[in-house]
Design a protein around this ligand. Structure first.
Ligand code: UD1
Ligand code: UDP
Length: 362
């Protein structure tokens, strides 16, 4: 078996890391194909270093641009590499432009596609991620659904059951492997002068939130009100898309401490020690749920509805007063929900399925 691992962004590097580590442990024949969608040190290299991942064999350096430009460049570059390497299977993860381009390039070359984190749906087609995940699923031969709910969604869309495997989400594997390390190694609480359970953590980066001046301003206003109401420091590691928009729109957030994007261990430690997290990130909704830290999602829908059902998360949208109300509600809620995302062995399971399907050696 020869596998191509196609990745390009921060969450893909993190969520692929348990699978890559398992490939390394077993000495499998695989290579990493990096699209170059993320390229800043603190969105890319820092995760390879910290998670001790091998170098990508290829980096297409596509960089930033419109969806068409970025995805088109990736398609051309990925096709070229796949033609040269002829892997048995191309693995993609999640819902980014990289995942879509990888799945599309591979399926057209009649290379099997494996989609990690298949079957998530927000049912909001204005999100680029919804289109990406839907198309990636429908290009795939092996769909690694993190939950039974995700499997049901795929079955409902007519995908044959024989292609779907419920594996858990690799985000759990990555978190379990790294949390203790984070507690030992990261100095982030001291360096930011924060006390455990006495601060809020924020991440906001989604296109629909930050590319719209009015909506981004309202979210920042909501965060200011949260600070005034509850008195805790609010720390916001700012994603470069959000930083760019803040500059362009001349937004000057108040009551929020803006910092650069963090490395994984520091971010995990902050998440695990926060009193509450406000976010529009997919991965952060999952990680807070696993860590039993309450989460307020700054969106009107989520493709992780299980977090709402079990009570780890609530949707607040972008209205300032609603953000304050939902924060208050979550602060009062009990934190004893179960972890619905798996047992931390998703990477091992996915690797085993690949070996069963394609054999260990060619
Ligand atoms: C992408 C994904 C999103 C995911 C996020 C993870 C798509 C459609 N979106 O969004 O689903 O949640 O990654 O973080 O694939 N930039 C830098 N340095 C970088 C990368 C980007 O400065 O290394 C800036 C550029 O100004 C760029 C902007 O961020 O225009 C947006 O980057 P892009 O890759 O288009 O999308 P993300 O917002 O990162
Ligand atoms: N993350 C990080 N540093 C940060 C913010 C997030 O390491 O400053 C990690 C976080 O632990 C999670 C992942 O990045 O595993 C989430 O990525 P992001 O929010 O960019 O993308 P999404 O999950 O929304 O696609």
């Amino acid at each position: 078996m020869k596998v191509s691992v196609i990745l390009g962004t921060r969450p893909e590097i993190i969520k692929f890391s348990p699978i890559i580590c398992e490939f390394e442990r077993l000495g499998l024949d695989y290579f990493i194909l990096h699209s170059g969608q993320h390229y800043s040190y603190n969105l890319d290299r820092v995760f390879f270093e910290q998670l001790r991942l091998p170098e990508a064999k290829y980096n297409l350096d596509v960089g930033s641009g419109s969806h068409g430009l970025q995805t088109g460049r990736m398609l051309i570059g990925i096709e070229d590499v796949l033609k040269r390497e002829r892997p048995d299977v191309a693995l993609v993860q999640g819902d980014t432009n990289t995942a879509l381009a990888g799945a599309l390039a591979a399926v057209k070359l009649q290379i099997s596609v494996g989609h990690v984190e298949a079957g998530l749906r927000s049912y909001d087609r204005s999100m680029p991620e919804e289109i990406n995940r839907l198309l990636a699923d429908h290009c795939s031969d092996l769909l690694f659904a993190p939950t039974v709910k995700a499997k049901q969604i795929l079955l409902g869309e007519g995908i044959p059951e024989s292609r779907i495997y419920v594996t858990g989400n690799t985000v759990v594997d990555a978190l379990y492997r790294n949390l203790r390390l984070a507690e030992k190694r990261s100095e982030v609480l001291n360096s930011l002068g924060l006390e455990k359970r006495k601060f809020f953590l924020v991440t906001v980066h989604r296109q629909e939130n930050v590319d719209d001046k009015e909506r981004f301003s309202k979210i920042l206003e909501g965060l200011k009100l949260v600070h005034e109401r509850f008195g805790f420091p609010i720390v916001y590691p700012v994603h470069p898309r959000a930083a760019k928009r803040m500059r362009e729109f001349n937004l000057k957030p108040k009551g929020i401490r803006l910092i650069d994007p963090l490395d994984y261990l520091s971010f995990l430690l902050l998440e695990s020690c926060a009193r509450l997290v406000l976010t529009d990130s997919g991965g952060v909704q999952e990680e807070t749920c696993i860590l039993r830290v309450p989460c307020v999602t700054l969106r009107y829908n989520t493709e992780r509805p299980k977090t709402l059902e079990i009570g780890s998360n609530i949707l607040a949208g972008a209205e300032p007063n609603v953000i304050v109300e939902k924060t208050e509600f979550m602060l009062k809620r009990r934190h004893d929900w179960p972890n619905p995302f798996g047992d931390g062995k998703a990477g091992i399971r996915i690797t085993k399925i690949l070996i069963d399907e394609f054999g260990e050696n060619r």
